[in-house]
Structure formats: structure tokens, C-alpha cells
Ligand binder design. Structure first.
Ligand SMILES: Nc1ncnc2c1ncn2[C@@H]1O[C@H](COP(=O)(O)OP(=O)(O)OP(=O)(O)O)[C@@H](O)[C@H]1O
Ligand SMILES: [Mg+2]
Length: 397
């Protein structure tokens, strides 16, 4: 290496030197167990950038020891997208307004502020799309191929990602629910117009009074986002067990959070771990609160009702439903599906004792099905006993 090369341009790096640094960083990442998702689970984007910063400064020190170079954010961002090969996706993963990134073969659509933006054919060939899939595979350690042409996983920043490939589908589909924008506080939701000041105070009170809350709504209506912001209001001293399929809920500031994630059966793992098993384990872990990311199947629905009936207060969950009343009917159906021998009356009794409040989120869509507004439309309070006719005692706030 010549002296000129070693010195660089007095604190400047040429594009070629930057490329060389990034390529060395890429090699080093392979040897760094704590920087790959497979070994460390969830990685916070800022921690991740800190790690890359250290690697980049090590490489600069080795390669250009006499260069006094100030590492800027753009070099870290370039290294990030290069190392993980998500290239063009990176930009959208960091955009707070982007909620979804949808790739179909070479074409890409993003949903920004509820509106679909078709970016056209951003990939020049399918190789580039496959490269993205390879990168997703490589840091999750999961596989997708002709035998199992589906992949459900998370990206290194926690974004939820699903991949389907032909011949099951006509094209390659990669769907990403961007994680970055889930990082709201209840105040942010107030400011976004999801509810008004009156409801803001009611929500604070519900958490404070340890009410069991079920959040209902259609797909993408903001259930998980609202759940996450409510969970942030839980006192820091409490033990919180969070059960989810994909680790979307994030409670960085709480010291006693136990994150439990279900595990589907796959080629690599043959004993699947379901939601109901994790609810069962939670009962032994002395959790002050249980958060079940989403009530999806009858077993988990029933287990949750049982857990809440045995005195767990201040627990939250979400469910797909078209109104708050519909959420109760869905829970009844799930409970009776799992235990066909219980009557509808018993199912209702279990529910009214387990759930204190249902919050229903409505998604207003325009004629192109763009989400124009997410609104907390109903707060339904359920009395903890049935009336004489065997119906719920309901009150809308
Ligand atoms: N008030 C809001 N303002 C702006 N964006 C929001 C708001 N609430 C939610 N979002 C965004 O909308 C997207 C969908 O939200 P979320 O994942 O919470 O919905 P969901 O109802 O849980 O969806 P699913 O049914 O798929 O689980 C997320 O990217 C989220 O950041
Ligand atoms: Mg959700």
C-alpha cells in the first residue's frame, strides 16, 4: 500500500476506499456472532448501528492508520444495506410514515401514510429479488424452497416479513410490515387523531386500574400499535409476559419483560410451540400482566380466558373483529370450538369475568382501499356478571 493510499485525502475517503472498507466490514460481520440475528434474537436498530460503527472504525484504523476520518451516518447506512443486502428496502424500513413494503417479482409497492405508492420495477432482474430472500434467510437461519415455499419471519430490525414463491404463487411475493413505525407513544396516537383527549384519559385510567383489555379491529387497523402504546404505560415494577408469534411488541424501558415467541413446525424444528403452551407456562412464571399479541386460535383463546379467570389483572390482547360486540362473539365461538361441551352461557360467563373492556378500532378506507384514517370507535365496558336473561351487561363509554 502506497503512502498516498494510506493517508487518504486528509480526512476524506474516496468512493473506492469506502467500498473497500464496507467489503472488509462485511467479512468481519461473518465472524461476529453478536451481530447476526440468529444468535442474538431481536436487534435494536441503534445498537446495531453502534456495532457497525465500531467495526468500521476498526477497519479504518487497520487500513488507513494515519487518516483522521470522522465516520458519518451515510457510511454506516451504506454498510448496513450492503451487509444485509436489503439495499433499496433499507430506506423504507427507516421511514416512519411507511407501514408496509410489498414486493411482487421486480415490482415494489409501499404503503406510506395509508396510501399505496407503486414504485414500478425497482429490481432489474429476479436475481436481485432472490438476493434479498437469501439475505433474509441468512440471518434468520430459515429456509424457503420448493418443498416449503413459504417463509414467515422477521427482519433484523424486527419488521414482520412473509415470503411466498412459485409455483404456489404466480410470482415472488415479499410482504413486510415495517416495524419502525410501531414505535409510537399514546400521545402520538392522540396527535394522529386516533382518539380525542377524553379517550386519552380514559385509556390511561384503564391501564392504571389494571383492566383486562381486548383490542378489536380489522387487519392493519392499528391493534398491535395501540396495544404496544398501552403496554408502555404499565408501571416499570411489574412482571410482564408477552406472548406473540412474531416479536412485534417492544417494551425497551421495562426491566421485567419476558418475551415469549411461538415456534412453528419447520424443516429444522419438528416440535412446534403454540400460543396456548406459552400461556400455560406464563401461569407458572408469576406474571403480573399477560400480553397475548393476538388471539388467533381456539386453544389460545380458551387458555387466555382461563388465565384471566384465575385472577390475572391488567392483561391485553388483540383480536380480528368487525365491532367490539363481534369480538365477544368471536371469543365465544373460539371457546366453544375448543371445548364443545361447554354451553354458550358458560362461554359468556367466562368472557364477562375475563374481559373488562373491548376497544374497537375502525379503519376508514377510500375507494382505492387506501387507509385514510384509523379511529378508536368504540369503548365497550363489560360487567363482570351476566344479567338475568343470560346476556352481557354492556356499556359504551
Ligand atoms: N395512529 C396511527 N397513525 C399512523 N400509522 C399507524 C397508526 N396506527 C397504526 N399505524 C400503522 O399501521 C400499520 C398497521 O398497524 P398494526 O400492525 O398495529 O395493525 P394491526 O391491526 O395489529 O394489524 P394486523 O391485523 O395485521 O395484526 C403499522 O405499520 C402501524 O405503524
Ligand atoms: Mg397486529
Amino acid at each position: 500500500m502506497g503512502l498516498k493510499d494510506r493517508l487518504g485525502n486528509c480526512g476524506e475517503l474516496s468512493e473506492e476506499q469506502k467500498r473497500k472498507i464496507i467489503s472488509k466490514v462485511k467479512d468481519k460481520v461473518k465472524d461476529h456472532a453478536d451481530i447476526t440475528l440468529a444468535s442474538s434474537g431481536f436487534i435494536n436498530r441503534d445498537d446495531f448501528k453502534d456495532k457497525l460503527y465500531l467495526l468500521i472504525s476498526n477497519v479504518i484504523e487497520e487500513e488507513y492508520p494515519y487518516l483522521n476520518y470522522e465516520i458519518d451516518n451515510s457510511l454506516i447506512d451504506d454498510a448496513l444495506s450492503e451487509v444485509f443486502g436489503l439495499g433499496i428496502l433499507e430506506r423504507f424500513l427507516q421511514d416512519r410514515l411507511v407501514t408496509d413494503v410489498l414486493i411482487q417479482d421486480r415490482e415494489m409497492v409501499v404503503i406510506r401514510n395509508g396510501k399505496k405508492e407503486n414504485l414500478g420495477e425497482v429490481f432489474s432482474n429476479l436475481e436481485e429479488v432472490n438476493l434479498i430472500i437469501d439475505r433474509i434467510k441468512s440471518y434468520t437461519g430459515k429456509t424457503i424452497d420448493q418443498r416449503v415455499p413459504f417463509l414467515n419471519t422477521q427482519l433484523y430490525d424486527g419488521s414482520r416479513c412473509s415470503v411466498v414463491i412459485p409455483p404456489v404463487s404466480d410470482r415472488i411475493y415479499i410482504s413486510i410490515r415495517v416495524f419502525n413505525c410501531l414505535n409510537f407513544d399514546l400521545k402520538d396516537l392522540l396527535n394522529s387523531g386516533m382518539f380525542d383527549e377524553r379517550i386519552f384519559h380514559i385509556l390511561n385510567r384503564l391501564v392504571e386500574e389494571k383492566k383486562n383489555i381486548l383490542i378489536a379491529g380489522s387487519m392493519g387497523s392499528g391493534k398491535t400499535t395501540l396495544l404496544n402504546t398501552l403496554a408502555k404505560l404499565i408501571p416499570k415494577s411489574e412482571f410482564i409476559n408477552v406472548i406473540q408469534d412474531v416479536p412485534e411488541i417492544k417494551l425497551d424501558q421495562h426491566p421485567y419483560v419476558r418475551m415469549l415467541t411461538t415456534r412453528p413446525r419447520s424443516r429444522e424444528i419438528d416440535n412446534e410451540i403454540n400460543q396456548d403452551r406459552l400461556v400455560f407456562e406464563t401461569l407458572r412464571m408469576k406474571a403480573d400482566r399477560i400480553i397475548l399479541g393476538e388471539v388467533r386460535d381456539s386453544m389460545a383463546g380458551y387458555q387466555l380466558l382461563q388465565a384471566l379467570n384465575t385472577g390475572h389483572r391488567g392483561s391485553f390482547s388483540t383480536i380480528h373483529a368487525d365491532s367490539s360486540y363481534d369480538a365477544l362473539l368471536r371469543l365465544e365461538t373460539l371457546a366453544m370450538e375448543y371445548k364443545p361441551n361447554i354451553s354458550n352461557h358458560v362461554a359468556k360467563k367466562l368472557i364477562c369475568r375475563a374481559i373488562d373492556v373491548v376497544l374497537f378500532l375502525e379503519c376508514e378506507k377510500d375507494k382505492d382501499l387506501n387507509i385514510v384514517n384509523r379511529r378508536l370507535k368504540e369503548i365497550l365496558v363489560i360487567g363482570n356478571d351476566l344479567d338475568k336473561r343470560g346476556d352481557y351487561k354492556l356499556e359504551y363509554l
